[in-house]
Structures are given as structure tokens and as C-alpha cells.
Design a protein around this ligand. Sequence first.
Ligand code: ZN
Length: 325
Amino acid sequence: MRRSSFARLMLAILGVALFAEQDSAATRRPRARPDAPPPVIRSDTRLLVIAPHPDDEVLAAGGLIQQVHAAGGKVRVAYLTDGDGFRDGVQLEERGGTPKPKDFRGYGRRRQTEARAALAVLGLADDAATFLSFPDQGLCKLIRTYWSERRHPYKSPYTRRDRPPPTEVLVSDTEYRGEDLTQELAQLIGDYRPTLILVPRKEDQHPDHCAAWFFLADALGDVRRVFPDYSVDVLNYIVHFKDWPFEDERSALPLPPGLNGGASGWIRLPLTPAEMKTKRAALSKFRTQQHAMKWFLDGFVRTNEVFSRPAATRVALPLKHDPCS
Ligand SMILES: [Zn+2]
């Protein structure tokens, strides 16, 4: 009798516990991860924006650049390419015909001039821009196939160049090889010592953007070997991801659907109306891009910008596979 009472009591307790567990499981909703706070911006902030093409820096971070500048911090933009492999854009400017290498090169020079004008609108001086002039549409090929001196450098099918113009070289003898691009970035970072780096996220669907992440991460490894105490906050941005953000025309920039917020959770940086106006004015300086795809540029002028943090920045190139095609 005492034993059966005890058993009933235990069953009752177990039942309550099971019920409680089922109940909480049934009512539990998948909770969105809270946003992470924006990075702290101060007068000693040294921002480096890695832009695969001229205009990416303003599309992704025209507001953040203004905020760093307004706080008295420093800003530099490293353009990996001049954006000189955009055939449709070149044809539009040349009004038909088959563009020649000189037309692609001229287009790249125009885009450099536009980028300087856009940075001036954001309050930056001419020396904020560093053009590495690596091959537009060719960066992912440098990660594996055209990595080292074991084979000839990559040759752009657009400009017919196999190295940057001499005026744009940081490390002597730089050619279109992956290890050369890593070296150039490492040199730039080692000299400038940014406290904050913005670079495309590897899930960005433009191969040059995805490749930019791998080169930055590889270069950071080189910098840390020389300066073991160096630390930097790395933020990712996205420009090309499916239809994002054009399927949503609200004034706020939505989060890219299906992507998690990385190591920190998403970071939504609010922009003031004045910052939005200046960002739009900066984007208007990219005349060639306004000509080719104004709708695309306009899509990034919103009440906020979106960033995330990578889980890890440890990458060692070359890779055996192409991560970006
Ligand atoms: Zn781009």
C-alpha cells in the first residue's frame, strides 16, 4: 500500500514534469537572435574599407564612413580592382561596337575618378583612396589557379593587363597572382594598422566580393605573423545576394534572407536623414554606374546599413578548390 502510493506519487511528479516539458516545447518559438550593437566609433578609429570595385564602399558603408570621419577618425578605402571588366557598362559608354582593351582601361580610369569624387562628398581627402588595380572579374581565379610564380600571371581578357600599372603598385614586381594580392593587402594593413576593417562576406554572390574576403583573411594572417599583438575588429558586408535587398522597398535595409548574423549577430547601423542625403550624393558621383544601373545603387540608400562579424578570420591561401565560383 505504501509502495503503491509512493509509485503513484512518483508517476504524478513525472507526469507533471513531462507535461511541463511538452508544454514549454510547444509554446517555445524560434527566437530571432538579438542584433549586436554597432561598433564604437571614436577619434582614434582607423577604418579600412576593402572594396572589390569602385562604388562598393559607398553602397555598403557610405553612412559608416561619414560617422567615422565626423568622429575625427581616419578612413581609407582599398579598391581591389578598378571595375574595368564591366563589358555592358563599357559598351554603354562607347555607344556600341566591340570594346577594345584601351576602352576597358579608360573605363577603369573613369571609375577611379568617380570614386575619388564620391569620397570627397563623404568628406575624405584624395589620399583616402588606394587603388590596387587587380583584375576585375578575375580575383577568384587568383585564389588557386594563378596563385604563385610557378605559372604565368593571370591576364585580364578585358584590359589585356597581367599586372597593375606601375603607379598603383605598393610592393615591387607585383603581378596578377594571388600571393601578390595578399602581399599588397598585408603591406597596406601593416602600414596603416586599421582598428576596424570592412570586407565583403564570403557568401556575397559576386565572385570578386567572395574572393575579397579570402584575400583579406589571408593577409591578416601575414600581418599577425609580423605583429603578433595586432588586433582588429573585422566586419562583413553584403552587396550581391539573390534579390536582396530589392524585394523589400521599405525605407529600412532588411537582413539578407537565409543568412545568419555571423559570430556577433547582425549589426544594423542607423543613418540620419542628413547621412542618407550625403550617401545618395556620393553615389551620384559614380556616373558610369548610374548610367548602367541606377536602380541598383538607389536600393542601398536606406535608413540603416547592415554588417555582421565573421566567425573566424583564419584562412591560408592558396586553396585546393575555388570557393567563390
Ligand atoms: Zn562590387
